[in-house]
Design a protein around this ligand. Sequence first.
Ligand code: BDR
Ligand code: CA
Length: 353
Amino acid sequence: MKYIRKAIACLTAAAVLLLCGCGAVDPNNFFGSAQDNAPQKHKVIIDTDTGSDDAAALILAASSDKLDILGVTVLYGNVPTDNAADNALMTLEVCNVKVPVYIGADKPLKKERKEMVSVHGSDGMGDQDLIHPHSSAEKGDAVDFILDTIKSDPGNVEIIALGPLTNIALALKKDPDTMKLCKRIWVMGTPGFGDGNATPVAEFNVYSDAEAYDAVLRAELPMTVLGFDMAATEEARLTKDDMEILALGNEKGVFMSKAFSKLFAFNQESGQNMTLPDPMAVACLIWPDVVLETKACYGEVCTDDDDTYGQVILYQKGVVYEAMPEIGSYNLDVVTKIDADLFKYNFMSVMTD
Ligand code: BDR
Ligand code: CA
């Protein structure tokens, strides 16, 4: 079933804003632009703790001609690492694509894995008995795969990180020089400029391993962060009606409507529609027009064992704070405005066309 667009007017307004240059992304920046004739495919590694929204993100990535997926690396987070591998393998099978999957970290850098509510169901995929992959993970280790892949094509490989940053931090620890050759890391993590979801101040992926986030921030690799605040935009959330449309969609849509059942119910318990943080992070690469604004920031993460654990403090470039630390360089670009209607329209189209 074709997803019918409700908000053409909104998009037209956004297009006018873009043409006027109000709040628009610099056309020369890393997102590319509408003028690109034949933009190069992004060569990516997707690092994921495959819960249901990670699976949806994998579907968007595998369905896009803008990405060349070199491999998927998995780790603990939403589920234990072996479950994450099976969920990724199954999702890639649903997409009918063959991409190698490598197993990575099964716990944070320095701490034990935290016990948290399993919002995606105990198998990470809605507990719908969906996960029976025929394929298996590769024998090699995720961290070595990340390093070997970057080394084999210096300056051209990007990483999309959809879970805790432990695999990336381990790669940095093992071979920081090779990691400097990574073109860009696209990260779903932090609350952005909004509220946390693991604690009032911390977002799940950062809270899972704040020490790993700290190591990655300190490495000052080119990095774009999609915070939870963007996914929390009401227009970007899936409603009950959207879930019904998904269930009548193509094979990917039907798969996701089942996999999302626990996450949707979890959101509904607090009277809210369902967020799609990881799909939105992939959207930043495959549909650059979804990103209307980014801000250069200096980010610091709290690693003290108290209520601030996992909180990320963002100092925006151009804003003068009265008690400002000495900032060497702005170490991340944070997405601060998105076209939520366009994102949701594109998302539903992949699942229903
Ligand atoms: C993040 O936490 C996980 O539950 C999701 O997969 C996403 O990566 C959102 O905070
Ligand atoms: Ca995730």
